[in-house]
Design a protein. Structure first.
Length: 262
């Protein structure tokens, strides 16, 4: 539905706010994740600055992504394509994670620092050699099980809600105190745990992670006490195809999407 009347602003397809709302109701446009009334701006999750600012002010929050949103199908495809098994799970819900401003700013500052050191953009890569990786986590609550249940629980032992509230925190592992991620959703699944209160879904995050210069670990003795990658590197890649990626600073990774599946 494109209006034939006077445009409300240059480049707008619609003559009024009512027409924009009607386009969403008729399924002609994808709704803003915040107000759910107006169409998303191109390549954005929100209809405009007001809704983006409102989401940032409320952060950290989860926002339901409806199945009609093309981003839903995009995340489902990434999840299933990276599942190394023919018996692929069913994705039931996807939520956009809006990080707390402090968490987002720390991530941006770290990425800029790594970019300045490695000049990744000049090599045709993303700033800081940023990539996406899966991270499985435990959950105690039912947050996200339905679109009306998006408030995080207050349990300090709920891994899902804790990382949304405050960001990642390095933890012990075979290769040191780091944050462990995988290119394969099926691998990260092994680190999930069903909710203790009976939710039928498992939870997994799709993250943004600053890879920088990778140290490829192929063989040798691992150091579970390591607190940083080898000198001159920003991360450690492990496995036959280097699919496991470890970073050693909390600010090197941030959440983007929450996937609930069974």
């Amino acid at each position: 539905m494109s209006c034939n009347g006077t445009e409300s602003r240059p480049g707008s397809k619609y003559c009024s706010s009512e027409c924009r709302k009607a386009a969403v109701k008729q399924g002609l446009e994808v709704a803003c994740l915040m107000c759910k009334e107006f169409p998303k701006a191109p390549k954005r999750h929100f209809c405009g600055k007001a809704c983006a600012d409102k989401a940032e002010k409320a952060a950290p929050i989860l926002m339901d992504v409806p199945e009609t949103d093309p981003k839903f199908a995009d995340i489902v495809k990434q999840f299933k394509d990276s599942w190394q098994d023919s018996n692929k799970p069913t994705v039931h819900r996807i939520c956009k994670v809006v990080n707390a401003r402090a968490v987002e700013e720390r991530f941006q500052a770290y990425r800029q620092k790594v970019e300045q050191a490695g000049n990744w953009v000049s090599q045709g890569k993303t700033a800081g050699n940023e990539t996406r990786r899966w991270h499985g986590t435990a959950r105690e609550c039912t947050v996200g099980d339905d679109p009306n249940n998006l408030d995080m629980c207050t349990s300090t032992s709920c891994g899902l809600c804790s990382v949304i509230r405050t960001g990642f925190d390095v933890a012990a592992g075979d290769y040191g105190l780091g944050i462990y991620t995988s290119a394969y959703s099926s691998t990260s699944h092994n680190y999930t745990r069903a909710a203790t209160n009976g939710s039928p879904y498992r939870a997994m995050f799709l993250t943004r992670i600053v890879t920088g210069k990778e140290h490829i670990f192929t063989s040798g003795v691992t150091d579970p006490n390591a607190k940083e990658p080898p000198a001159g590197y920003d991360s450690v890649a492990v496995g036959p195809d280097h699919s496991a990626l470890i970073v050693f600073q909390n600010e090197a990774i941030c959440l983007t999407w929450l996937v609930l599946y069974s």
